[in-house]
Design a protein. Structure first.
Length: 137
């Protein structure tokens, strides 16, 4: 193909590169809400279209990491012949610093209606003992 205008060639190459890259991998950063009550933090992550098996949640004493990988089916496994295929591989990884008062042994998670919710309970602080008088010797 011959181009009379060099800008037309550049525009065509950029368009082809963008289409190629956008069809290869989708890396997104899902939206997150963090709320709290007197007992826990709640992390809600919007991730529609995934299954709970697609997620991996790691927690340490100072970091919460949420990641997901979702691959696409090959046309050989589905028996379909595609004229155009835009579904692709997607992945993300989000990490959050945890305050020291989170009980990492009791972290729980659930996934429902496209929302991953992680409950980060606080370490229970024992209430101070009742006030008592100290005798001075």
């Amino acid at each position: 193909m011959e181009y009379k205008n060099p800008l037309q060639l550049i525009d065509n190459l950029v368009g082809q590169a963008n289409e190629y890259l956008s069809n290869q991998m989708v890396i997104s950063r899902p939206a997150v809400n963090v709320s709290e009550n007197q007992d826990s933090y709640f992390v809600q992550l919007a991730a529609p279209g995934l299954k709970k098996e697609d997620f991996e949640i790691d927690v340490s004493s100072s970091t919460l990491t949420i990641s997901a990988n979702k691959g696409h089916e090959t046309s050989a496994s589905t028996g379909k012949k595609y004229t155009r295929r835009e579904y692709s591989f997607s992945q993300f990884k989000r990490s959050f610093s945890l305050p020291s008062h989170v009980n990492t042994d009791k972290v729980a998670a659930k996934y429902e209606d496209g929302i991953l919710e992680i409950i980060l309970p606080f370490i229970k602080q024992e209430p101070p003992a009742d006030t008592r008088k100290i005798k001075i010797d």
